[in-house]
Design a binder for this molecule. Structure first.
Ligand SMILES: C[S@@+](CC[C@H](N)C(=O)[O-])C[C@H]1O[C@@H](n2cnc3c(N)ncnc32)[C@H](O)[C@@H]1O
Length: 277
């Protein structure tokens, strides 16, 4: 078959697969960035051992396990403590002063994966004396990730990177003050979780978290196409109170025209914005 026809056929098979996932399980990946979806679907087909992507469809309809592993692959739950240390340094130096102006602070961390990012933020807020005034909502659409996040148990081998990140982000204590080791794992202090609510929330289909002072969503929207990015940015806009902050990190931005007049950019390099309208 000529390349062009083969490509069209593959695209149709991917469309049908995504529609099957949506209709059978309610997860909608149709507005995820296509190139990355294509690569992942090809990998899944090769791992399962089928020649054509469409062969995955009947299996998927009857096999919840296959669905769970597909969601796991699509979700890309890569993360680490104090990921991008300069970002956390900036939160400490430039975002915390805003947080101090409010008597209580509501924070939504969307796409929290296995929780490292929200524990990092909790540590930072404790060190800045703000934690007791904060309520944090950490959400993801993968229950297995949320389960790990709630447990707060991480491999000991990841600590070398985590400790270095913490120090480079301007951490004020020893990272080991916040966990205890147990054989090959570390267990984060339960006190860090006291003000965190973990919840399943799908950015594609679910609604606003209202009256937020700060929303963090890093390394999530890079997997979405432009339509979905716009939907999610509207969701964030509607979830923030006037003057609230949106932190997107280095990879995403408010490049959509519709947001230009609704936010001002506070930090160009790390894409931190303030809602003005
Ligand atoms: C690469 S991780 C980023 C984790 C963390 N924010 C960080 O920067 O280290 C992407 C996370 O986004 C989540 N995610 C992807 N699509 C989502 C959606 N539609 N709704 C909620 N979370 C989603 C994934 O499950 C995954 O845990």
């Amino acid at each position: 078959m000529p390349d062009k026809e083969q490509h069209m056929m593959e695209e149709m098979e991917i469309d049908l697969l995504l529609e099957t996932i949506q209709r059978c399980y309610g997860y909608d990946f149709r507005d995820y960035a296509r190139a990355s979806v294509r690569r992942k679907v090809r990998d899944i087909a090769s791992t399962v051992g089928v020649t054509h992507i469409s062969e995955l469809i009947p299996r998927l309809i009857h096999d919840q396990q296959l669905f769970s592993s597909i969601v796991g692959i699509f979700s890309t739950p890569v993360t680490e403590m104090f990921r991008d240390p300069p970002f956390f340094k900036l939160v400490r130096d430039s975002v915390v002063p805003y947080l101090r102006t409010w008597p209580f602070v509501r924070i939504w961390l969307a796409g929290c994966a296995s929780g490292e990012e929200v524990y990092s933020l909790a540590i930072l807020l404790k060190e800045e004396g703000l934690y007791d005034h904060c309520t944090l909502f950490a959400t993801d659409f993968v229950d297995a990730s949320l389960h790990k996040a709630k447990e707060g148990i991480y491999p000991l081998r990841s600590m070398k990177t985590n400790i270095a990140n913490y120090q480079n982000s301007g951490g004020r204590a020893l990272f080991s003050d916040y966990y205890h080791a147990d054989y090959e794992s570390v267990i984060m202090d339960a006190g860090l979780r006291e003000n965190i609510t973990f919840a399943n929330h799908n950015l594609v289909t679910d609604g606003v978290f209202s009256e937020m002072h700060l929303i963090l969503c890093r390394n999530v929207m890079i997997y979405f196409n432009s339509n979905l990015q716009s939907r999610v940015l509207n969701l964030f806009h509607d979830s923030l109170l006037h003057g609230g902050l949106l932190a997107l990190g280095s990879k995403e931005s408010l490049h959509h025209h519709e947001f230009k007049d609704r936010f001002i950019e506070l930090e160009p390099a790390w894409k931190i914005y303030r809602k003005i309208v």
